[in-house]
Design a protein around this ligand. Structure first.
Ligand code: AKG
Length: 253
């Protein structure tokens, strides 16, 4: 299949909520080609009226790398249609086999037109917020290789944002507990994101520019999951607690 056909293949899977075979079952894509598929995939969503709102990083914690057996960082694009209201209801039937994972989100202060280093990165952050990402691979059994997941927009699907807090709060090592129906399912710290989530923003600036994408003022940047992801059961209460911050959502069958 061509790049455009692959984008349609994955887009249709998402629209019809139907898992499909991994691209790597039938053809080999370079990572560069996989990002081209992702770009085309997003063009299709923008044509339907969705608006770009930022990016997500993936495979930024050891836990995620081991869970998905992918040891290189990836990024994907977020749109306004992916936002799920904090404290609201998530309709599971919008997704194929959604999982939830705890993250930190950056609100970007000014355009990032060069690869950042850790020291200058703070000047590019307006605020930070606890966030839960709802990932939903379009592939069978939530299985994929590096180029498969990149082509599939790095499993981007949904996003629950907590309240923004000041970037001057030290967010390098905040305790994280994610609960499903009151039971803690994941425990971690923001420090499990590359040792300090600030490094996820450094990596985001480098990786996106490599693929000719510029992170702009007011964009969101999700730092990547701090722990492994959990399947979201029907009619459940999912809560993320991040030292001093909280966000929650209810799932609906
Ligand atoms: C993450 O590491 O936060 C991701 O979302 C990677 C993509 C995935 O696990 O499907």
């Amino acid at each position: 299949m061509t790049i455009k056909e692959l984008a349609k293949y994955l887009d249709d899977a998402a629209l019809q909520r139907m898992e499909v075979s991994q691209i790597s079952d039938t053809q080999t894509l370079t990572i560069n080609e996989a990002y081209q598929v992702q770009t085309e995939l997003l063009e299709r969503r923008y044509k339907r009226g969705e608006k770009y709102i930022g990016i997500k990083m993936g495979m930024t914690s050891r836990a995620k790398m081991v869970q998905m057996n992918i040891f290189e960082m990836v990024w994907g694009r977020l749109t306004n249609a992916m936002i799920e209201e904090e404290g609201g209801n998530v309709e599971l039937k919008k997704y194929i086999h959604p999982r939830v994972e705890p993250e930190l989100c950056f609100l970007i202060k000014k355009d990032i037109s060069h690869p950042l280093n850790a020291l200058e990165t703070m000047n590019y952050i307006e605020a930070v917020a606890p966030a839960m990402e709802i990932i939903d691979s379009r592939y069978k059994n939530f299985k994929f290789n590096h180029s498969d997941v990149v082509a599939d927009n790095s499993s981007s699907s949904g996003l629950v944002l907590g309240t923004w807090f000041c970037k001057d709060t030290n967010f390098s090592n905040l305790g994280i507990a994610m609960e499903i129906n009151g039971k803690i399912t994941q425990i971690g710290s923001t420090a499990t994101i590359l040792g300090n989530p600030i490094r996820a923003l450094v990596a985001a600036s480098q990786l996106t520019l490599k693929y000719e994408h510029t992170i702009k003022a007011n964009d969101f940047v999700l730092a990547g999951a701090a722990t492994t992801a959990d399947f979201i059961p029907p009619n459940a209460h999912v809560r993320l607690r991040m030292e001093g911050q909280e966000s929650e959502v209810y799932s609906q069958a």
